[in-house]
Design a binder for this molecule. Structure first.
Ligand SMILES: *Cc1c(COP(=O)(O)O)cnc(C)c1O
Length: 381
C-alpha cells in the first residue's frame, strides 16, 4: 500500500456489529467480561479502547512501525518514552529542541538522575564527542524549531547502532508525509499529533511508534501504569484529520515554497530559513531525506528588532498570532518573545535566533492571499 492510500486504509476495517465505515467513538470506561479475564481484548478504558486502537494501527502504518501507542499529548508521549531509562543513564539531544521537551528533560528527568548533553546535531562529530559509557538514547529533532535546521537522520542512527545506543526522532515538524525516520534507521518515532496529524487545531495528542520490542513494551506499560491516555473523541478526531494528511501537506508545502520565494525577493527581509531554498545550509540533506520541504518558514527583518516584529505581526490578517503549528489555517509567531523568551538574548543569537525572527506555519489557503497579507504587513515596518 502506498502512502496516500495508507492515510485512508492503514489498519482500518468496517465496524463489525453494524458495518459502520467510520470507527465509532467508543465512549466507555470498562467492558463486560464473559468470565474473569475472558474478554474481547479490552478490559478497562485506561489500558485500551477500540477507537484508540484504530488510531494506533493507522499511525503505525504511516510510520511503517509494527506498533504505535497513543497518549494524551506529545509531551505525555515523550515522558513515556524517557521512562524506559534508569537513573545514571545518559541522553544526547539536539540543542535546539522543542521548548517543552527541553523543560521535561531538564526539570523533570534530570532531578531523577537522567543525564543530558545538548549538542548541535547538524555535525556528527558533536554527537561522537558527547558519547559516554552510559549513553542509552539519542534524541533527534528535525527540522528544528524555529530555525528549521536539518539533522541527517541516517548518519546519526548509523553511529548510534554501532555503539548500541537507541535513537528516537521527534517527527512532529515533518509528519510521516515528509519523512519516515524508522526507514532511515531510527528505533522510535515520537509525534505531537496536535500538529500535522490532527491538522485542524482541535485536539491535543501524542504517539510513540516503533518496531523495537523493548521500546513498545515500555510504551504500553506506561499507557497502563501512568495513564496519560487520549479520550475516544480525540482519537476519532485525530483519525479523521489523518485522512486528509496528504492533500493538506501537499497544498501547505506548495504554499510555503511560494512564500519563501516571495520573502527572498523582499528588501525588508533579512534572512529566510526554509529547507527548500538552495541557500539553506542543509538543503542537500533535506532533499535526500524528506519527500518535500515542509510548511514552516522562518525569516528575520533587515531592521532587526522585537518591536518591528511585533508591528509586522499586528498587521497580518490571515496569519493569526498563535502558538502551535500544522493546522489548516496559517499562523504567525515570534519565538524571541513567545516560545524562546526564557532563553537569554546572547544564547539565542549565538544559535541564529534573531530578535526579529518570525515563524510562519503555512496553512492551506490560497498562496496569493497569504502573500498579499504578508505584503500588506511589510508596508507597516
Ligand atoms: C508541540 C510539540 C511537542 C509537544 O506536543 P504537545 O502535543 O503540545 O504536548 C513536542 N515536540 C514538538 C516538535 C512539538 O512541536
Amino acid at each position: 500500500m502506498k502512502f496516500n492510500t495508507k492515510t485512508i486504509h492503514a489498519g482500518q476495517k468496517a465496524e463489525e456489529t453494524s458495518g459502520a465505515v467510520m470507527p465509532p467513538i467508543f465512549q466507555t470506561s470498562t467492558y463486560v467480561q464473559e468470565a474473569p479475564n475472558v474478554n474481547k481484548g479490552y478490559d478497562y478504558g485506561r489500558v485500551g479502547n477500540p477507537t484508540r486502537t484504530a488510531l494506533e494501527k493507522m499511525v503505525a502504518g504511516l510510520e511503517e512501525a509494527d506498533e504505535c501507542a497513543c497518549y494524551a499529548s506529545g509531551c505525555a508521549a515523550i515522558d513515556a518514552m524517557l521512562k524506559m531509562l534508569k537513573p545514571g543513564d545518559h541522553v544526547i539531544a539536539s540543542n535546539d529542541l522543542y521548548g517543552g521537551t527541553y523543560r521535561l528533560f531538564t526539570q523533570v528527568f534530570e532531578p531523577y538522575g537522567i543525564k543530558f548533553s545538548f549538542v548541535d546535531m547538524t555535525d556528527i562529530s558533536n554527537v561522537e564527542a558527547a558519547k559516554k559509557g552510559q549513553t542509552r538514547l539519542i534524541w533527534i529533532e528535525t527540522p528544528t524549531n524555529p530555525l528549521l535546521n536539518i539533522v541527517d537522520i541516517k548518519i546519526v542512527t548509523d553511529f548510534a547502532r554501532n555503539e548500541g545506543i537507541l535513537t528516537a526522532v521527534d517527527n512532529t515538524f515533518a509528519s510521516p508525509y515528509l519523512q519516515q525516520p524508522l526507514k532511515l534507521g531510527a528505533d522510535a518515532v515520537i509525534h505531537s499529533m496536535t500538529k500535522y496529524l490532527g491538522g485542524h487545531s482541535d485536539i491535543i495528542g501524542g504517539a510513540i511508534c516503533s518496531s523495537n520490542k523493548e521500546i513498545m513494551e515500555n510504551a504500553r506499560f506506561q499507557v497502563k501504569t501512568t495513564g496519560g491516555i487520549p479520550g475516544p473523541m480525540e482519537c476519532y478526531l485525530t483519525l479523521r484529520g489523518i485522512k486528509t494528511l496528504s492533500v493538506r501537506m501537499e497544498r501547505a508545502c506548495n504554499n510555503a515554497k511560494e512564500i519563501a520565494d516571495y520573502l527572498v525577493t523582499n528588501d525588508k527581509v533579512g534572512q529566510v530559513r526554509y529547507p527548500g531554498l538552495k541557500s539553506h545550509p542543509q538543503y542537500e540533506i533535506a532533499s535526500k531525506q524528506m519527500n518535500d520541504f515542509g510548511a514552516m518558514v522562518s525569516f528575520s527583518l533587515k531592521d532587526d528588532s522585537i518591536e518591528k516584529a511585533h508591528t509586522f505581526m499586528k498587521n497580518t490578517h490571515y496569519f493569526a498570532l498563535a502558538e502551535s503549528l500544522g493546522g489548516v489555517e496559517s499562523l504567525i509567531s515570534h519565538p524571541a518573545s513567545m516560545t524562546h523568551a526564557s532563553i537569554p538574548k546572547d544564547v539565542r543569537e549565538k544559535s541564529g535566533l534573531k530578535d526579529s525572527l518570525i515563524r510562519l506555519s503555512v496553512g492551506i489557503e490560497d498562496a496569493e492571499d497569504l502573500i498579499n497579507d504578508l505584503d500588506e504587513a511589510f508596508s507597516h515596518v
